[in-house]
Design a binder for this molecule. Structure first.
Ligand code: SRM
Ligand code: SF4
Length: 584
């Protein structure tokens, strides 16, 4: 087996490909020394003297979908009392394309109650998160998930993360092929280390034999996280241009004939650091369905070998492409894969919104799209979402599809079950969830406080109030049912893809947000800065006259984002600039 100093020399050499040698980021050293993501995770999870694990070990557990967090609402009081922070873990499930069986739903629902917060949280990448998992419960949770063939391998970390794909509740053949391709790529790009099985599932270490290898990743994995999304026009529900790697399905005469491949999307940035920025992906060209994994591997390994391992804020694929150019990148991928891209085929996106309510499918089944604000599945008085979904899972014979907008569709419903599901939703006060304003149905928020360690401002907890304020203004101007996308995050990392919202609020400090407007509703243009810092009320007041003007002056079919882009933002408002406040 390669020793640590050899590994370090090799990765140091890799990082010096074009420039003066720079020190590797601390995470590179950590990964190299981790014995394929084992480190001292097992020992630290077994240590009952603290609810935490070391910071460095916490970097490694991310590769297993596990994050150390603490309840930030309690921080101050615990500090004053001289006590340890209220530590617990967040666990993210790997669920390509967001498909879960009723049996899986029931097990996750019970695990949330028994060993977590007890809410279930649907994410913007079509999976479940558990919060509030105490150290002593981590293995119980992962072992419980394993019983229904679910895992959290590579749900986070410097690897290919949960692969997104159209939920396909309508059960179309082409969408099923796209889903199968997403699952295949997810499996193909999984790390090969048995670390997860040994640490959490008590798999025996095999003595002797071949040394463990990571054929695609190498010993230090990728420089940074890597995200893939498959999409089926005309819906751009997965926001394909925000993905490191995207596959846009091309359909001719009802048949899937291949994909346009996109690369270099990514949204994270840091306030005040102009070297970090959101970027929409470039279209590389067309490939046939059988070339998906080969091209994906060439893209992933190009990033593995050329991504910046010295600066984690500059380590995503978007910066590799920005620095070296798309022509160079395409050439490298073609050489590695032996596949020459064809000219990109035409495609057209019209929407990002999930289909809500009942829809009949060609096979005689039905699906029901259910709006769930911020994807939070919990029971509240008069709004028992968690109980309702459990009761549905108990009788449902189809499946559940998690959507990229934090909603679900109950799919494959028989005509007999349809009224039963309707009755369950009505019993729990959920039958009117889809009769909400167009803005609410198109709202996303990240988790933020109290669990996210990076949050600078509220997001999920602030969204209901923000929506109510906007809804009052929209109603005044007859726009209650217009689809206007609004996305809010507690920091600039971009977890609810706020830079693709027609309205985007990005947290800077408690109740201070940068306000962005003017993205294309279909996810093909970023928004731009309207105000560098305002409060939530300030954002509503700033947009009040814009909403009025939109109701009076919009062109036929013009979306709110297009209107702001055309007639509200100054022509020179850029994404980064400390924007000129709106003079409307
Ligand atoms: Fe995210 C970090 C939550 C989608 C960009 N994200 C985090 C962490 C793990 C905070 C941390 O590192 O300590 C958050 C955990 C909060 C909590 O308490 O649960 C977190 N991200 C989320 C989720 C749950 C938001 C949600 O409310 O649904 C989403 C989980 C997706 C999943 O299932 O895998 C989530 N994160 C995204 C997206 C959107 C997407 O991928 O479609 C982005 C922007 C796209 C992108 O990656 O460019 C995103 N998250 C980030 C970043 C910034 C990355 C960057 O390149 O700068 C961070 C911070 C980091 O990696 O250092 C981050
Ligand atoms: Fe946390 Fe920031 Fe992501 Fe929100 S956007 S979940 S605050 S990292």
């Amino acid at each position: 087996m390669e020793c640590f100093s050899q590994t370090l020399r090799r990765i140091l050499f890799m990082s010096t490909d074009t420039q003066e040698p720079k020190p590797l980021s601390a995470n590179e050293v950590l990964k190299a020394a981790s014995h394929h993501l084992r480190g001292s995770i097992a020992e630290e999870l077994a240590d009952t003297t603290t609810g935490a694990i070391d910071e460095e070990t916490g970097q490694l557990t991310k590769f297993h979908g596990l994050y150390l967090q603490d309840d930030r609402d309690l921080r101050l009081a615990l500090k004053k009392a001289g006590q340890e922070k209220a530590f617990s873990f967040m666990l993210r499930v790997r669920l390509p394309g967001g498909k879960a069986t009723p049996e899986q739903w029931l097990v996750l629902n019970k695990l949330a109650a028994d060993v977590a917060s007890p809410s279930l949280r649907l994410t913007t990448r079509q999976t479940f998160q558990f919060h509030g998992v105490l150290k002593g419960n981590v293995k119980k949770l992962i072992q419980g998930m394993h019983q229904v063939l679910l895992d959290s391998i590579a749900a986070c970390g410097d690897v290919n993360r949960n692969v997104m794909a159209p939920p396909n509740p309508e059960r179309s053949v082409a969408a099923q092929q796209v889903y199968d391709a997403a699952v295949s790529w997810s499996e193909f790009a999984l790390p090969k280390t048995r670390a997860y099985h040994e640490i959490y599932l008590d798999e025996e270490l095999v003595a002797g034999g071949e040394p463990e290898r990571e054929p695609m990743y190498g010993d230090t994995y990728l420089p940074r996280k890597f995200k893939t999304g498959f999409v089926l026009p005309p819906s751009n529900d997965v926001d394909v241009f925000s993905q490191d790697l995207g596959y846009i399905a091309i359909i001719e005469d009802g048949q899937l004939i291949g994909y346009n491949v996109t690369v270099g999307g990514g949204l994270g940035m840091s306030h005040g650091n102009a070297e970090t920025f959101p970027r929409l992906a470039d279209v590389l060209g067309f490939i046939t369905p059988d070339q998906v994994n080969k091209v994906g591997e060439a893209i992933l390994t190009t990033q593995r070998d050329f991504g910046d391992r010295t600066n984690r804020k500059h380590a995503r694929l978007k910066y590799t492409i920005q620095d070296r150019g798309i022509a160079w990148f395409k050439g490298e991928v073609e050489t590695r894969s032996g596949i020459v891209f064809g000219p990109a085929r035409d495609f057209h996106f019209t929407t990002i919104q999930d289909p809500f309510g009942w829809h009949e499918c060609t096979d005689g089944t039905w699906f029901y799209g259910l709006h769930i604000l911020s994807g939070r599945i919990v029971d509240k008085e008069g709004w028992a979402m968690k109980t309702a979904l459990r009761e549905i899972a108990e009788i449902h014979t189809g499946d559940f599809r998690l959507t990229p907008s934090q909603n679900i569709t109950i799919s494959g419903v028989t005509a007999v079950q349809k009224p039963v599901i309707e009755a369950i939703l009505a019993k729990h006060g959920l039958d009117k969830e889809n009769d909400r304003s167009g803005m609410r149905l198109n709202a996303l928020s990240c988790v933020a406080l109290p669990t996210c360690g990076l949050a600078l401002a509220e997001s999920e907890r602030a969204l209901p109030d923000l929506l109510e304020k906007f809804e009052t203004v929209l109603e005044e101007h007859g726009l209650a049912h217009d689809a206007i996308s609004i996305r809010i995050t507690g920091c600039p990392n971009g977890c609810a893809r706020p830079y693709l919202g027609e309205i985007g609020l990005v947290g800077k400090a408690p109740n201070k947000y940068a306000l962005y407007v003017g993205a294309a509703y279909n996810g093909t243009r970023l928004n731009r800065l309207m105000s560098p810092s305002t409060t939530m009320d300030g954002a509503v007041e700033m947009l009040r006259p814009v909403i009025k003007r939109y109701s009076l002056e919009r062109e036929s079919g013009e979306s709110f984002g297009d209107f702001c882009n055309r007639s509200v933002l100054p022509a020179d408002a850029t994404f980064h600039s400390i924007g000129t406040p709106l003079a409307a």
